[in-house]
Design a protein around this ligand. Structure first.
Ligand code: PHE
Length: 341
């Protein structure tokens, strides 16, 4: 067989191989088979060396032409197959830009937490540090230390969930008062936000679970007017400029004197509406000067120190802020209600 015949045979074989290849990977293998170091074209070199010298130049050209031709064919085939494979892949990856997007569910802060955070922020700015007391509390910190003796009639005002006779769900955030007095020396200026529980009938105005922020300030010369000024500053910051306040004497065993704080109804500006039961006023807090017996429970000398305390209901503040007339909404999972805030 002459070199020319061999070249023709290689060409035919390559054509056949190409016809049978259907993937870019197979073409790569053919590149190795024909053009590689130990490939067919390279295999012709010994023949070239052995050929008569006058034919060598023309044989060399034949081999070169073969090499170029094969390179072109193989490149062309691999490009075509790569394109085909890409098209195939794209065909099954088509993106339907008309499909509606997938909506992510965005959670958001509950309106009560928002209100609580806002109040905490205002009070921290006024110099109160934040303390936390336990929800499950002893009778001692919730009642006894706060000047409610075991048979004190004021206990009846707190419908209490008892876990054991001496263990209960705290009925107010005032349980933090003596705890903080025990662990800190005056001056004490703290707030204690948190959940409270009362075994009451659920209605539009009261619930078994609600939130309060307790405030406590103990120092050498704390006065009742400090208390009034602090409350006024707080409510003005929380509700805006035109908050009017009024104070009604009231009784809590742990303060003396004690009072209830009302603000001018911010829903109707005092004209009278459903929210304020047509009185023009809304009760927002209980407050007073810390009772000497409570100071003693906390190991603080009432001869040396004076203090004030308050408790706000957060649900009440949120109801006022947003004109909500039923406290039950806060604990229901009605998204149409919750998403408004
Ligand atoms: N703890 C009282 C209540 O829940 C509120 C209060 C706190 C009153 C502090 C006076 C002083 O009703």
């Amino acid at each position: 067989m002459t070199l020319a015949d061999t070249i023709d045979a290689i060409k035919a074989e390559a054509e056949n191989d190409l016809n049978q290849s259907s993937s870019a990977k197979e073409i790569e293998a053919l590149k190795v088979k024909y053009l590689g170091k130990k490939g067919r074209v390279q295999g012709l070199m010994p023949l070239l060396k052995d050929s008569p010298s006058e034919q060598r130049a023309s044989f060399g050209k034949l081999i070169n032409d073969l090499k170029t031709a094969l390179e072109e064919q193989l490149d062309f085939a691999s490009n075509r197959l790569e394109r085909e494979e890409l098209n195939k892949r794209l065909a099954c990856e088509t993106l339907d830009v008309t499909l509606p997007g997938r909506r992510r569910f965005h959670g958001r802060e509950h309106v009560i937490l928002k209100m609580l955070d806002e109040a905490i922020e205002i009070l921290s700015g006024m110099g109160f540090s934040v303390q936390y007391g336990p929800d499950i509390e002893s009778d001692f910190y919730n009642f006894e230390a706060l000047n409610f003796s075991k048979d004190h009639p004021a206990r009846d005002m707190h419908d209490t969930f008892y876990i054991r006779p001496d263990l209960l769900l705290r009925t107010h955030t005032s349980n933090t008062q003596v705890r903080v007095m025990e662990s800190c020396n005056p001056p004490i200026r703290m707030i204690a936000p948190g959940k409270c529980y009362r075994n009451e009938d659920v209605s539009a105005r009261s619930h078994v679970l609600f939130h309060q922020i307790e405030g406590l300030y103990i120092d050498k010369d704390v006065t009742f007017s400090d208390l009034l000024a602090t409350l006024e500053e707080f409510f003005t910051k929380l509700f805006g400029k035109n908050v009017e306040m009024r104070f009604r004497p009231s009784y809590f065993p742990f303060v003396e004197p004690g009072m209830e704080v009302d603000i001018n109804c911010i829903v109707c500006s005092g004209k009278g509406c459903g929210v304020c039961k047509h009185t023009g006023w809304l009760e927002v807090a209980g407050a007073g000067m810390v009772h000497p017996n409570v100071m003693k429970s906390g190991g603080i000398d009432p001869e040396e120190y004076l203090g004030y305390a308050w408790g706000f209901g957060i649900e009440r503040l949120a109801m006022l802020r947003y004109g909500i007339t039923d406290i039950r909404y806060f604990l229901e999972d009605n998204l149409r209600f919750l998403q408004q805030f």
